[in-house]
Structures are given as structure tokens and as C-alpha cells.
Design a protein around this ligand. Structure first.
Ligand code: 5GP
Ligand code: ZN
Length: 114
């Protein structure tokens, strides 16, 4: 989508610190990190929200979660733990309407979330 920030990052029209890229996914450093490690796992396909996912998206969502796990393990956060978050829609504070999985690590997180 031409007016989507994450589509522009995927197309390399907007710069980002890339952690990982393959045919289906990219992982970038969040521009406003909320933890020592804050990575966004983003599918190249423009899907707006978790609320828009269908059965056909099962594979890509699984790959997103596995990539988050892989980055967390590779960067040494498996033992202390990490958080993965999908925000969907206004009450969750979703700001960018292109589905993404937040991977946060390197500090203790509160529960329940704010
Ligand atoms: P949301 O609130 O939609 O779940 O998360 C959007 C995330 O995208 C936020 O954590 C925000 O800091 C991040 N973000 C917004 N604009 C940019 C950008 O231009 N580059 C990068 N790398 N992250 C961004
Ligand atoms: Zn997009």
C-alpha cells in the first residue's frame, strides 16, 4: 500500500535498522524502543490488523512468532525471558495499520499491561 509506513520500509523507501529479512518477513529495530531489545516482526504482505487475519494467514503468523523466538534466543534472552505483543485496533493503541509483532526484552515487564 502506497501510504503505509511499513510497506515503505519493506520497499526500502524509508530507512530502518534491519535485523532480518527473507521473502515473506522483515524484522526491524523499533524507532522508539520500549526495552533494550525492541524489534518489530513484519510480514511483507499488507495485512492491517490481527482482527483481519484469516485461516489463510496461519502460516505467516506462525513464521512471525518463530522469528521472534529465534531473534530472542540468538540475542541471549531465552533464559531471562521476553515479551511478544500484537496490538490490534484503537483500544490496544495500534498506531501503524500494517500487522506487526513486537518483540521486547532486556528488562522486567509489568502485568497486567497498561
Ligand atoms: P503499534 O503501536 O502500531 O503496535 O506499534 C507501532 C510501532 O512502530 C511503535 O512501537 C513505533 O515506535 C514504531 N514506529 C513508528 N514509526 C516508525 C518508523 O518510522 N521506524 C521504525 N523502525 N519504527 C517505527
Ligand atoms: Zn503496509
Amino acid at each position: 500500500m502506497s501510504d503505509c509506513l511499513f510497506c515503505k520500509i519493506i520497499a526500502k523507501e524509508v530507512p530502518a535498522k534491519l535485523e532480518y529479512e527473507d521473502d515473506e518477513l522483515i524484522a526491524i529495530r523499533d524507532i522508539n524502543p520500549q526495552a533494550p531489545l525492541h524489534v518489530l516482526i513484519i510480514p511483507k504482505e499488507h495485512i492491517k490488523r490481527v482482527a483481519d487475519l484469516t485461516e489463510g494467514d496461519t502460516d505467516i503468523v506462525g513464521k512471525m512468532v518463530l522469528l521472534a523466538k529465534k531473534i530472542a534466543v540468538q540475542q541471549g534472552y531465552a533464559k531471562d525471558g521476553f515479551r511478544t505483543v500484537f496490538n490490534s485496533g484503537p483500544n490496544a493503541g495500534q498506531a501503524v495499520m500494517h500487522i506487526h509483532l513486537h518483540l521486547l526484552a532486556g528488562r522486567r515487564f509489568a502485568w497486567p499491561p497498561g
